[in-house]
Write a protein that binds this ligand. Structure first.
Ligand code: HDE
Length: 707
C-alpha cells in the first residue's frame, strides 16, 4: 500500500497507559507486511492494561515472527566479511587472450561487488586474527556474472576437495569444548596440519605477516588455481589471476593484531567503510600471469610442481605480472544483510572466454558453492536476490521453487517448443558458453590417486621462507612458536617441527629454541626430497613496499596548551601525501590550543578521538605536539605512556616536539632514525618522509629477544 507522508504525528502511546509519548518527527505510515496501517507500535494487545496478551494480536505476531527468523545460516567458512560496490575497468583489450566481453574495451566500466573475509571465525568474530583473507569479486558483466573467488595468498592448504571438510573441522573451534574461536593456535589444527604434508607451503604463508593485514585495502588477492582464458579463435592460455592494491600491501605486527582485537573488533570493517565514505576509494590492479602449454611444461620442471596443484605458485620473476584492469570500490552497501550477507559467490560463475582447468580443488569448488547457497539462502532462487542477479537479461525454462520472485508468463516452460511462436529463450551457439575441449593431462584411467608431480611439499615452502627479509623471517619464527606453544600435545609439536626441519633447518632450530625443545623434531621422510629453488624477492611484502602515506593514518597527541600551528602544518603535509591525520586529546570534548603568553587559550578545538579510546595501534605513525609542562603531566598518565610505548614497540615513526621529552623518556623511547624532531624549518617534512617508510624494522631486534 502506498504510504503517504503524514501531516499529523504518528499515534503516540497513550499517556497514563504505561508509555512515554515520543516526540519524533512524523514519517510515512507504518504498516504490516500486508499493508495495513498500524496505529500503535509500542503496546501489544492485552486484556486490560495489566492483563494477559492476546493471541489475536496479528500485528505483534507478524512482527515477532519475522524477527524470530531474521538470521540465516552463516557461511560455513568466511562467515566474517565486509564488502563494497565499485567498478572494474580494463586497462587494454585482452582480445588476444580472451573473448570475454568485459576484458575488451578500456573505456567501459562494469559494476562489481567485492567481499573480503576471514576464514575460521564466526560472523561475529574479530577482524584481526591470524588467518587467510577471502577476496571474492562478482563482476556483473554484459554476458553474465563472473565470480573470481580468491584469497590474499597465492596458494592453499590442500590439493584435493576431499580434504576440505577435514581442514575446516580441524581449524574451527574444537567440537567438544567450543573454543578457540577464529584461531589456528590449537591442537586439532596442528594435529591435522602436521599429518598433512601438502599443507606445509601454506602454513608458511599463514605464519607470515600476510595473515595479519593492516587493512583490507592493503591486501593482495589471488585466484590461486590455474584458470584458462580462451580467445575468439578458440585458443586457450593458462592464467593465474592476481590483485594488487595500488596503495601497497601492508601488515600489522602480531602484537598489534592481538591488541586490535580488543580495542576495535571491527577494525578492518570500519577502515573499509570509512575510507569509502570519505572518498578515499580502495583500488586494485587486476594482473595475470599467462603461459601456453609449452611454457607450462618448462615451468613445471623448473619449479618442481604441477600447474594443477593449488599448493604451488609461479614466481613473478619467471612469469611477470601483466596488468589487465583496475577495480575501484566507491560505494558502501546500503544494507549489510541484503548485500554483504546475501551475496553468493560461486567459482562456477564464469563467462565465455574464461574456463577452468582440472585442478582437483577447483573442480570440487565448482560443485560446493552452488550447493552451499541452496541451504544458506533457502532454495534455488537465490540468484534472484538483487545482489546476486545478473545486470544483463537472463531467462530460461527453470521454474518455481521456494522464494520464486519472478512471474513468468505464458504456457511454455520447456524447449524445443512451438506454442510460444519462437518468442521464448533459445540456445545460442554463437554467443553461448562453450567449454574448451581440453584433453586431461593424466593417462585417462579412473583412479583415486594424485600424480607424482604433486609430491614435492617442501621446495616451495623453503623458497617462500628464504625469499623473506630478516624481519619477516623473524615474524614467521615467532608465529610458529606462538602457535605451537599453544599446542598441548607433545607429539603434535615434535611432528610439526619435523616438517619444519624439511623446510629449512635454521627455521626449525629457531622455533625449537623458542619452544625450549632443542633437537626434539621427529625425523620424517619426505615423499620427494626438497630442492633449492631460486629466491623470489617479489614474495616478500617488505622488499616490494614503496614508501608512502597514501591511505595511512597519523595520530597526533595534543593537550591543552599544544601548538595549533604545528598541528595544522602536520595536517597539510600528511594530507598532501594522501594520508589522514587524527587529533588525539586527553578528553574527547576537545583541547585548548596555546594562546598568547604560551598558556592554553580559551578557545576549544574539537578532538577526533580521546586518548583512552584510541590507542596508538590505530595509527601508522604518531606525533607528540606537547610542551615540557604537558609532557610531564602526561608522563604520569599510564594511558599516555602506554600510547607512546606501543608506538615505539610496534616500530612506528614518532614525531615529537622538544617538550615531549619527559613522556618519551617515561615510555622508554630510545632515539633511532624513526624518532624525528618536528621542530625547525624541515622538522615536519622530515617526519612525514620518515613516516612514509611505515616501520623502522631495525628497532625490532632490540625490543624483542629473537633467537
Ligand atoms: Fe571456499 N568456500 N572452498 N575457497 N571460499 C566458501 O561458500 C570450498 C577455497 C573462498 O565472500 C563457501 O558461500 C571448498 C579456495 C572465499 O562469500 C563454501 C573448497 C579458495 C569464500 C566453500 C574451498 C576459497 C569461500 C562457504 C575446497 C581461494 C567466501 C560459504 C575445494 C581460491 C566468499 C560460501 C564470500 C566460501 C567451499 C577452497 C575462497 C562452503 C569445498 C582454494 C573467498 O562453499
Amino acid at each position: 500500500m502506498a504510504t503517504k507522508k503524514r501531516t499529523t504525528p504518528n499515534a503516540e502511546p497513550k499517556v497514563g497507559k504505561g508509555g512515554e509519548p515520543h516526540q519524533l518527527d512524523a514519517g510515512t505510515t507504518l504498516t504490516t507486511n500486508q499493508g495495513v496501517a498500524i496505529s500503535d507500535d509500542q503496546n501489544s494487545l492485552r486484556i486490560g492494561d495489566r492483563g494477559p496478551t492476546l493471541l489475536e494480536d496479528f500485528i505483534l505476531r507478524e512482527k515477532i515472527t519475522h524477527f524470530d527468523h531474521e538470521r540465516i545460516p552463516e557461511r560455513i567458512v568466511h562467515a566474517r566479511g565486509s564488502a563494497a560496490h565499485g567498478y572494474f575497468q580494463p586497462t587494454k583489450s585482452l582480445a588476444n587472450l580472451s573473448k570475454a566481453d568485459f576484458l575488451q574495451n578500456p573505456r567501459k566500466r562494469i559494476p562489481v561487488f567485492a567481499r573480503f573475509s576471514t576464514v575460521a571465525g564466526g560472523a561475529g568474530s574479530v577482524d584481526t586474527p591470524r588467518d587467510v583473507r577471502g577476496f571474492a569479486v562478482k563482476f556483473y558483466t554484459d554476458e553474465g556474472n563472473f565470480d573470481l573467488v580468491g584469497v590474499n595468498m597465492p596458494v592453499f592448504f590442500i590439493q584435493d576437495t576431499m580434504k576440505f571438510p577435514d581442514l575446516i573441522h580441524a581449524v574451527k573451534m574444537e567440537p567438544d569444548r567450543g573454543f578457540p574461536q577464529a584461531a589456528s593456535a590449537h591442537d586439532t589444527f596442528w594435529d591435522w596440519a602436521s599429518l598433512t604434508p601438502e599443507s606445509t607451503h601454506m602454513l608458511l604463508w599463514i605464519m607470515s605477516d600476510r595473515a595479519i593485514p593492516r587493512s583490507l585495502r592493503m591486501i593482495d588477492g589471488f585466484g590461486v588455481h590455474t584458470f584458462r582464458l580462451v580467445n575468439a579463435e578458440g585458443k586457450s592460455t593458462f592464467v593465474k589471476f592476481h590483485w594488487r592494491p595500488t596503495i601497497g600491501a601492508q601488515s600489522t605486527t602480531w602484537d598489534e593484531a592481538v591488541k586490535l582485537a580488543g580495542a576495535d573488533p571491527d577494525f578492518h570493517r570500519r577502515d573499509l567503510y570509512e575510507a569509502i565514505e570519505s572518498g578515499d576509494f580502495p583500488e586494485w590492479t587486476l594482473c595475470i600471469q599467462s603461459f601456453d602449454d609449452k611454457r607450462r611444461i618448462e615451468l613445471e620442471k623448473a619449479l618442481s610442481m604441477d600447474v594443477l596443484d593449488p599448493t604451488k605458485l609461479i614466481p613473478e620473476e619467471l612469469v611477470p605480472l601483466e596488468t589487465i584492469g583496475k577495480m575501484v570500490l566507491d560505494r558502501n552497501p546500503d544494507n549489510f544483510f541484503a548485500e554483504t550477507e546475501q551475496v553468493a559467490f560461486c567459482p562456477s560463475h564464469v563467462v565465455p572466454g574464461i574456463d577452468f582447468t582440472d585442478d582437483a580443488l577447483l573442480q570440487g569448488r565448482l560443485f560446493s558453492y552452488l550447493d552451499t547457497q541452496i541451504s544458506r539462502l533457502g532454495g534455488p532462487n537465490f540468484h534472484q536476490l538483487p545482489i546476486n542477479a545478473p545486470k544483463c537479461p537472463f531467462h530460461n525454462m527453470q521454474r518455481d521453487g521456494i522464494h520464486q520472485m519472478q512471474v513468468p508468463k505464458g504456457r511454455v516452460s520447456y524447449e524445443p517448443a512451438s506454442l510460444d511462436d519462437g518468442e521464448g529463450p533459445r540456445e545460442n551457439p554463437t554467443r553461448g558458453f562453450t567449454t574448451f575441449p581440453a584433453r586431461p593431462l593424466g593417462d585417462g584411467t579412473k583412479v583415486r590417486q594424485r600424480a607424482a608431480t604433486f609430491a614435492d611439499h617442501y621446495s616451495q615452502a623453503r623458497l617462500f621462507y628464504r625469499s623473506m627479509t630478516e624481519p619477516e623471517q623473524n615474524h614467521i619464527v615467532d608465529a610458529f612458536s606462538f602457535e605451537l606453544g599453544k599446542v598441548e600435545t607433545q607429539k603434535v609439536r615434535t611432528r610439526m617441527l619435523g616438517r619444519l626441519q624439511l623446510v629449512d633447518k635454521h627455521l626449525c632450530s629457531r622455533v625449537e629454541a623458542k619452544l625450549g625443545m632443542e633437537g626434539e623434531h621427529d625425523t620424517l621422510t619426505p615423499a620427494m626430497a626438497p630442492v633449492d629453488l631460486d629466491e623470489s624477492p617479489t614474495l616478500s611484502l617488505l622488499k616490494k613496499a614503496n614508501p608512502t602515506l597514501r591511505g595511512r593514518k597519523v595520530g597526533v597527541l595534543v593537550a591543552d596548551g599544544s601548538d595549533e600551528k604545528l598541528v595544522a602544518q602536520l595536517r597539510e603535509r600528511i594530507e598532501k601525501e594522501g594520508g589522514t591525520l587524527a587529533v588525539i586529546a586527553p578528553k574527547v570534548g576537545g583541547w585548548k590550543p596555546k594562546g598568547r603568553g604560551g598558556k592554553a587559550g580559551s578557545k576549544r578545538q574539537p578532538a577526533d578521538m580521546a586518548l583512552v579510546s584510541s590507542p596508538s595501534i590505530f595509527f601508522d605513525a604518531v606525533a607528540l605536539v606537547l610542551d615540557k609542562e604537558l609532557a610531564e603531566i602526561l608522563a604520569e598518565d599510564a594511558g599516555a605512556v602506554e600510547w607512546v610505548r606501543n608506538a615505539f614497540a610496534h616500530c612506528k615513526v614518532i614525531g615529537h616536539t622538544v617538550g615531549s621529552a619527559p613522556l618519551l623518556a617515561e615510555a622508554g623511547v630510545d632515539p633511532d632514525e624513526g624518532i624525528v624532531s618536528l621542530e625547525g624549518a624541515k622538522g615536519v617534512g622530515s617526519f612525514v618522509n620518515t613516516a612514509k617508510k611505515q616501520r623502522i624494522w631495525d628497532r625490532e631486534p632490540q625490543l624483542h629477544a629473537t633467537t
